[in-house]
Design a protein around this ligand. Structure first.
Ligand code: PGA
Length: 250
């Protein structure tokens, strides 16, 4: 049985006080979520200790949205995987399309980040996905295939066991456009088949989340697909009721 996860990527939203309140609101409703669905929240760095204090002792996982590609030292403005682990972070989103697009994150950089995160015992939520022009040119399998191979094929099977994958078609993120459940399932199954080339039967155990305008109204259909094991939620994760409603859609 694969682990089901619904993770909220808060991006650069909320003040610390608002984030603490959001975490409290989610926590107040966590008992409504099926026991086999793991909720995870990914607040901005400066919120992590305060939000972590709210979630302490609960079943809700704590994630960061990024980490540095170096261990420590003269890298002004960066936050290391070790720092995150030291404040109780368990997951880290890596390779989000916004990081790839606006901050020049390459697959090569992501290999370093994933290695550092795993070395600190963090579970990477590794994001892949094609841009609109790549889908229109029929290149989505090629793009996603190389995002998987160039980064995840560098890991050992033991390391791969800790990785969660999120497929997020860039054209669906924050646009209100969702991939159809058939489009999403097609890529999720392709990702699993690609993983099987390197990791064999382990591919069946890897959690693959869908992201991109996932909301209460479409989560049920998406999560009903064979290879969709949950969601990485942006906008809808900022409203506790919506976030929890999505997690109840299994
Ligand atoms: P969205 O964002 O749900 O607002 O489309 C998803 C994401 O980028 O993780």
């Amino acid at each position: 049985m694969r682990k089901k996860i619904v993770a909220g990527n808060w991006k650069m939203n909320t003040t610390v006080a608002e984030g603490v309140q959001l975490a409290k609101d989610v926590l107040a409703k966590v008992s409504e979520v099926p026991a086999d669905v793991k909720l995870v929240v990914a607040p901005p760095f400066v919120h992590i200790s305060s939000v972590g204090a709210v979630l302490e002792g609960s079943s809700i996982g704590l994630s960061a949205q990024n980490c540095a590609d170096e261990v420590k030292g003269a890298y002004t403005g960066e936050v290391s995987a070790k720092m995150l682990a030291s404040v109780g972070v368990q997951y880290v989103i890596l390779g989000h399309s916004e990081r790839r697009e606006y901050y020049g994150e390459t697959n090569a950089k992501l290999v370093k980040k994933i290695g550092l995160a795993l070395g600190e015992g963090l579970a990477p939520i590794y994001c892949v996905g094609e841009k609109l022009e790549e889908r229109e040119a029929g290149k989505h399998f090629e793009v996603v295939g190389s995002q998987i191979k160039e980064v995840l094929f560098t890991l050992s099977a033991e390391q791969m066991k800790s990785v969660v994958i999120a497929y997020e078609p860039v054209w669906a993120i924050g646009t209100g456009k969702t991939a159809t459940s058939e489009q999403a399932q097609e890529i999720h199954s392709f990702i699993r088949a690609t993983l099987a080339e390197q990791f064999g039967a382990l591919a069946e155990e890897i959690t693959i989340l869908y992201g991109g305008s996932c909301k209460p109204s479409n989560a049920k259909e998406l999560f009903a697909q064979k290879d969709i094991d949950g969601g990485l939620i942006g906008g809808a994760a900022l409203v506790a009721d919506d976030f929890v409603a999505i997690a109840k859609s299994f």
